[in-house]
Design a protein around this ligand. Structure first.
Ligand code: SAM
Length: 291
């Protein structure tokens, strides 16, 4: 998978050298490039913002640098937008200091393999659709993603109208910029790319993958501060462990996110577990069971 990130703070993305994402990059599963929006300005101050039309406090990100950056990075211009040191650590080898349209010092030799293809372009914004595991899975199937990190009061609407495939919110709160949101989305998406996780099965058991939350997990020692690990986990009885985990998952979801239960696929055994625990089974589930 190829990922391009456009930002005025490339250094935020140094974290993409670490952990699973860093290893996946080293192994060639991910190709990540970070582009400094200021490299696409044409004034001496490298300005990326201006006062809001209509007045009011705060600045708005100007459309011109965004238009140039997106045309260069994602506009199907072959390798014209591939930055120097593509795949380098965030903050190194980005386009800082490069004027719009400056020749690429990227990959050598002919057209970039992505020439003529179009990426899926994601703008993190509090007014976007909520980011979910379902959307994460959908994005993980794309060959090429571009993330556009807003700052200040956001990006001039015309840029999103022209370029956005997805406007995605991380939650009902306001961050200072799109960088942390992009990091979160990139981490959630890339761990679903085949080969990125060491154990392919572990993503399937995660919260939300099954429509439920995952229950509690334990490791050694068997007793810690007077608190024991549940006996069943030490029993060696795999079927019993499997059943216990399902029950814990159901009870955790019922206690913390009952809204998820209504949409989950539940078996009759699941419903019996919830009823035995005194949890009201959502009407929609009860109706489906009765059919
Ligand atoms: N004035 C905007 C509003 O009220 O919707 C908030 C702008 S915010 C200070 C600056 C940037 O941070 C946004 O353009 C977006 O890129 C990012 N951002 C802030 N909160 C976010 C959230 N909950 N989800 C995704 N991105 C967010």
């Amino acid at each position: 998978m190829r990922i391009d990130i456009i930002t005025i703070f490339p250094d935020y993305f140094a974290a993409l050298d670490l952990s699973l994402v860093g290893k996946a990059r080293t192994r060639g599963l991910l190709d990540v490039a970070v582009h400094d929006l200021r490299g696409y300005t044409d004034d001496p101050h490298r300005s990326v913002d201006d006062a809001a039309y209509g007045g009011g406090p705060g600045m708005v990100m100007s459309p011109q640098p965004w238009g140039r950056a997106l045309e260069s990075v994602a506009g199907g211009a072959g390798d014209a937008g591939i930055t120097a040191g593509r795949g380098d650590t965030a903050g190194r080898g980005d386009t800082a200091g490069r004027g719009a349209g400056a020749p690429s010092a990227g990959r050598a030799g002919g057209a970039h393999p992505d020439a003529g293809r179009r990426p899926r372009i994601v703008f993190p914004t509090p007014s976007g659709v909520p980011f979910t595991q379902r959307l994460s899975r959908e994005l993980a199937e794309q060959a090429w993603l571009v993330f556009c990190c807003g700052r200040y009061e956001g990006i001039d609407r015309r840029v999103l109208d022209a370029w956005a495939d997805d406007e995605v919110s991380l939650g009902d709160y306001v961050l200072a910029g799109g960088e942390v949101a992009t990091l979160a989305i990139v981490e959630a998406v890339t761990r679903l790319v085949p080969g990125v996780l060491g154990n392919e099965e572990s993503a399937g058991d995660d919260s939300f993958s099954t429509g439920l939350l995952e229950g509690p997990v334990y490791t050694r020692p068997a007793s810690f501060d007077g608190r024991a690990v549940p006996d069943v986990l030490l029993s060696g009885d795999h079927a019993a462990v499997h059943r216990w985990r399902r029950v814990q998952s159901l009870l955790t979801t019922a206690a913390r996110r009952p809204d998820l239960l209504a949409r989950a696929t539940l078996s009759r055994d699941d419903v019996a577990v919830l009823e035995a625990a005194g949890v009201g089974v959502p009407a929609e589930i009860a109706r489906r069971m009765a059919q």
